[in-house]
Each structure stands twice: as C-alpha cells, then as structure tokens.
Design a protein around this ligand. Sequence first.
Ligand SMILES: *Cc1c(COP(=O)(O)O)cnc(C)c1O
Length: 226
Amino acid sequence: MNKQTATKNLDEIITKVEGARLRISEHHIVKIIGISKYSTAADVKTLYEAGQRAFGENKVQDLKQKMEELDELPLEWHFVGSLQKNKINNLIDLNPTLIQSLDSLDLALELNKKLEAKNKKLSALLQINSAYEDTKSGVMPEVALEVYKQIIKLCPNIILKGVMSIGAHVEDEKIIKESFKTTKKIFDEVVPFGAKYCSMGMSSDFELAIASGSNMIRVGSTLFKD
Ligand SMILES: *Cc1c(COP(=O)(O)O)cnc(C)c1O
C-alpha cells in the first residue's frame, strides 16, 4: 500500500465516521482502531504516516512481531483475538493498550492471576456475544452485567474499560442493529462502573454501529485495501 492509498482509505473512513457520529451528537467522539491482521508492518507504518495511531491484532505472535518491528513509532496496540491461556504471559509482556477480547470470567481470573504474579495491570473490555452466534466468543448478554461486576470484584489487576462486540454475521441490517443495541444497552449499564468504551463496528458495519452508540470501531479490510 502506498502513502496516497493509505491517506485515501483513512480519509474515506474518517468522513463516514464524522457523518455518523455527528448524527448522534457533536460530543460523540469515536476512536478508530486499524486492525492490521491481514497486513504487513510496512503497511502499518504507511498508515501511521497518513495519521493513524491505534492498531490491533488478533494473534499474540503477530502482535509481538509487529510491535517489535515498529518499535520506534509511537503506536498504540490493541489485542482483539481470542486469548489462549498459554499465551497470557506473552501478551502481558507486550503491555498492550487494551485487550478488547476478554470473553469469560474464567479467562479474566487466569489473566488476573498472571498479572498479580508479575505485579502488573492491564486494561480490557468484556466481549459480549450479542449476536448469539456459536462461532463467536463472548459472554451472553443475559449474564454480561453480572460477569462485568464479578471481574471488577475479583480481578483487581484488570482495569475494565467497557465492552466489545462483533455485529451479527448476516445481511439483514435490522438484525445487525439489534445485536449492536444489545451491547449498547449493557454498555449503558456498566458506565456507572467506570466503562468508557463501547467497541463495535468493523469495515462492513461501522456506520450502523456508530448509529447504535459505538464509540470505538475496529476497521481492517477497508483501511488496508490496496
Ligand atoms: C478482523 C477483525 C476486525 C476487522 O475486520 P474487517 O471486517 O476487516 O474490518 C475487527 N474486529 C475483530 C475482533 C477482528 O478479528
């Protein structure tokens, strides 16, 4: 990807985000995370030069590789993939800005234990399976509030900052919107407990997600397209 393409891709996304967020309120700020999992470190660097600062990966090994390769740039890195227990220590050592995919109380307890042992803290979002899809990770909406409170109570080394969801994998916009609304409702319930981010929306549905209240989108394919 060349600089011109990177600037064009980013500008197109920013224009759409601006339109969508202003339809909510001029005070509604949306953070854009570039998901670089299908792309190279060189492409991340090009997008950084075009103005993008926050990126995300879904595999611990890929995150490590890109972070190391781009060590000299002031980037912010997010982890968005399913976290295997045997990779927890590696992820902690990378000190990501935000783990967006904390998808069970069990995983939170394990992460907390390993953070305690290293005397570290990490910020995370609770992933919610608001589309009720077997192929997706996350806690079910019905128990999300309770799990959120349990993590706050039992995991002092995890700083919970909100919720994350992947929209329903269907064509019907109404169903996708329904899944976003489910997550937004839970987000509103956890704001009193310090939640700041409602992370939802990917390349195909980020405008719909913002219309449903998202304030953090994760865009991969449209941002990195050639
Ligand atoms: C890959 C991925 C994205 C980005 O997907 P695109 O459709 O390419 O924008 C966002 N969130 C998660 C959790 C992902 O794994």
